[in-house]
Design a protein around this ligand. Structure first.
Ligand SMILES: Nc1ccn([C@H]2C[C@H](O)[C@@H](COP(=O)(O)OP(=O)(O)OP(=O)(O)O)O2)c(=O)n1
Length: 177
């Protein structure tokens, strides 16, 4: 398959990554629980239906991605182009490329069961572009993204108490009490 693991698939072209880019470990966290490899043995780009469990590989971490992209830009003297606004525009452009893949398909089921492997890999690449630019944008704005996500998720839990909003997609401003 067109895996997302390994140097070639990551487009590193012989550069040594500073982190292991192997695929899912034998054991991984799925929703906080350690699971056996059998639950994670599907190809990385899916083909699964919504009924199957899915988890990311534990690496690279967000900090690993920040460091790898910093090295990539340093090696090319591209920091001169990577100001926050440019990174934002680049990220939005990549979001547009993700949108293009979904355009005119109608609703798409979880696991993308009707997509070819080539289409899945294309999506994996475009989503990666979005993440890479997002992480670099956060770095250049001095936002510690992993910690910011923790804070934001805590806020989300306060805004949307499970017992209050269970099964409803209403925005928090729509609740009366
Ligand atoms: N000035 C640049 C140009 C590229 N990249 C990196 C980050 C993205 O992951 C990827 C984006 O490359 P392209 O602009 O070539 O976009 P695509 O890879 O999406 O190619 P295409 O637009 O042909 O689909 O390369 C970067 O960091 N800085």
């Amino acid at each position: 398959m067109m895996a997302t693991s390994g140097k070639d698939a990551c487009g590193l072209n012989g550069e040594e990554p500073s982190v292991s880019l192997t695929s899912n470990n034998d054991k991984s966290l799925v929703n906080g629980a350690t699971t056996e490899a059998s639950a994670l043995s599907k190809p990385q780009n899916g083909g699964g239906t919504g009924a199957e469990r899915f988890a990311f590989s534990p690496e690279p971490t967000i900090e690993d991605i920040r460091r790898m992209q910093a090295q990539f830009t340093d090696e090319r003297d591209w920091n001169q182009f990577h100001q926050p606004r440019n990174l934002l525009l680049a990220m939005v452009g990549e979001v547009g490329e993700v949108s293009e893949l979904f355009q005119w398909r109608g609703e798409v089921a979880e696991g993308l069961p009707d997509w070819t492997e080539a289409e899945r890999e294309h999506l994996a690449q475009e989503l990666s572009d979005v993440l890479i630019y997002l992480v670099e944008l956060a770095e250049k704005c001095r936002v510690d993204l992993p910690q910011a996500v923790l804070r934001k998720m805590a806020l989300n839990r306060l805004k949307y108490p499970a017992n209050k909003v269970h099964g409803s997609a209403k925005k928090y401003t729509e609740y009366k009490d």
